[in-house]
Design a binder for this molecule. Structure first.
Ligand SMILES: C[S@@+](CC[C@H](N)C(=O)[O-])C[C@H]1O[C@@H](n2cnc3c(N)ncnc32)[C@H](O)[C@@H]1O
Ligand SMILES: Nc1nc2[nH]cc(C(=O)O)c2c(=O)[nH]1
Ligand code: SF4
Ligand SMILES: [Mg+2]
Length: 218
């Protein structure tokens, strides 16, 4: 690579700023990595508009302070105690794919984090991820490149019609993709009995609960 290109890339990487709503070290409460130590970076901005979204304060892209990649990664390293071995960095939001994520994921990898993403798939894929959780939404459809790349499909069950909707996506993901159904939090008492019956009849699916909410942690 020519020297000016190296300089350009370095400048782009260090000068890029992303809106961060919050970041916190916790336990992954959902999906394949449920129960694992995880550092969450919640980027601001979402244009999907799920009526039941549990983090609506994230939607306004301008409501959150912007930080450089270096600042975000330095804070992550400090908050996990300096050694990211076996710790997943989860990029979430908001809708994280509204932002270019190559520089952030490369910088997290460089210091030793595994990189995972939580996404609705409604924006083009960027970043280098070790694990992609796709949670598609009726409010803004997932794009084909994210559907193809997904390692896990996590469909939120808000009403009975969501089982058939989940199967539409299951038919489109790659064969190795893990399949999860997760109750919408306020509907969990009503939906869980249906979900239990569904998984007993369709054992390729697994039930996923937001275990962090039961543990009362972020
Ligand atoms: C807040 S979203 C942020 C990432 C991305 N915008 C997305 O929707 O995948 C993180 C995860 O929480 C799920 N989620 C949001 N609100 C929920 C609720 N009320 N009950 C259950 N899951 C919810 C989403 O489907 C997604 O899998
Ligand atoms: N503990 C914990 N696990 C999570 N898994 C996905 C989350 C998200 O909001 O993206 C989340 C979250 O907010 N907290
Ligand atoms: S896509 Fe994710 S962040 Fe956006 S409204 Fe839906 S659940 Fe909330
Ligand atoms: Mg959450």
């Amino acid at each position: 690579m020519m020297i000016e290109n190296i300089e350009k890339n370095t400048t782009t990487q260090t000068s890029m700023h992303l809106p961060v709503m919050e970041s916190f070290y916790t336990i992954q409460g959902e999906g394949f990595y449920q129960g694992h130590a995880a550092y969450f970076i919640r980027l601001g901005g979402c244009d999907v508009g799920c009526v039941w979204c549990d983090v609506k304060d994230s939607w306004d892209i301008d409501a959150h302070p912007k930080f450089s990649i270096d600042q975000i990664v330095a804070k992550a390293l400090e908050e996990v105690g300096g050694d990211p071995k076996n710790i997943i960095a989860v990029i979430t939001g908001g809708e994280p794919l509204m932002h270019p994520l190559d520089a952030l994921t490369d910088a997290l990898h460089q210091v030793g984090f595994q990189t995972n993403i939580e996404t609705s798939g409604a924006h083009p894929l960027s970043g280098h991820f070790d694990w992609i959780c796709l949670s598609p939404k009726k409010f803004k459809f997932a794009l084909p490149d994210v559907i193809q790349a997904a390692n896990e499909l996590k469909v939120i069950i808000f009403n009975k019609s969501d089982f058939a909707w989940a199967e539409k996506y299951a038919a489109e993901v790659n064969p190795a993709c893990k399949l999860y159904i997760q109750p919408e939090w306020s509907k969990r008492a009503e939906m869980l009995p249906l979900m239990i019956d569904y998984v007993k009849s369709n054992p390729q699916w697994e039930i996923c609960l937001q275990i962090h909410k039961y543990m009362d942690i972020p």
